[in-house]
Design a protein around this ligand. Structure first.
Ligand code: GLP
Length: 234
């Protein structure tokens, strides 16, 4: 795992953007994208750049079950707001959280990932070490699946909702096995509330108790962290 420590989110986002730009120049076609506050400045860099994504495919990690694309808290809406309204991809895939048949949607999503192997996967991390919505104890070999969100994730994500009761209790998430098949993974983390998760990811045992710890076994991971998130590493 290559670790890049930066002074702040802005400079870390610029580093991540440079990696994506180089990757695209080297032939990367499929970007795995994440939501949450962590990648927001990276998307700003992408929007402000002259990069053309119209021949690229994007595949998002996850979506809440029950939120339609026009709900401002949905990850569809988030991606449109921060990236897709400005930069069009040839194809952009996000799980459909309001599919009538969630099992069929899960199969469809696995097929999409199979047909579009991810070249560069962007990840944030939850305070409990989750990636995508793969909560602690999720088996490392799982592909796309339906997730019951943990109380700590519901509480952490409540800041985007009017109150905690509005946070959906379930999501559809790309699985850890699919994330691990990405050629290059860029994990970003900002702020002291990620320091323990980053410590467990880098120095802890590889255990489903910290889903991101599996990244120790991936051949090409770049971890970009600010000093606060890196605080426990030294
Ligand atoms: C959510 C998303 C994750 C994200 C995490 C951290 O749970 N499913 O993909 O990494 O939140 O969010 P934030 O970047 O806002 O700290």
């Amino acid at each position: 795992m290559k670790i890049i420590t930066v002074p702040d989110q802005k400079s870390g986002s610029q580093k991540a953007f440079a990696l994506i730009k180089n990757g695209l120049q080297d032939g990367a076609k499929v970007l795995g994208l994440a939501t949450g506050s962590t990648p927001v400045m990276l998307y700003q860099e992408m929007v402000q750049s002259d990069l053309d994504f119209s021949k690229n495919t994007s595949i998002n990690l996850d979506e809440y079950v029950s939120l339609p694309a026009d709900n401002p808290q949905s990850y569809h809406y988030f991606m449109n707001q921060h990236l897709f309204q400005y930069k069009k991809f040839q194809h952009s895939y996000i799980p459909n959280g309001v599919a009538a048949d969630i099992s069929a949607e899960i199969k469809r999503y696995d097929q999409i990932i199979k047909e579009n192997p991810i070249d560069i996967q962007i990840l944030g991390i939850g305070q409990n070490g989750h990636i995508g919505f793969n909560e602690p104890q999720t088996p490392f070999d799982c592909t796309t699946h339906r997730v019951q969100l943990t109380q700590s994730t519901i509480e952490a994500n409540a800041r985007f909702f009017d109150n905690q009761d509005e946070v959906p209790k379930e999501a559809i998430s790309m699985g850890i096995a699919s994330i691990m098949q990405s050629k290059h993974i860029i994990l970003m983390a900002w702020g002291a509330n990620k320091a323990e998760a980053i410590y467990q990811t880098v120095k802890g045992p590889v255990t489903t108790a910290c889903p991101a710890s599996i990244l120790q076994q991936h051949p090409q991971v770049t971890l970009i962290v600010d000093e606060a998130a890196a605080a426990k590493l030294n």
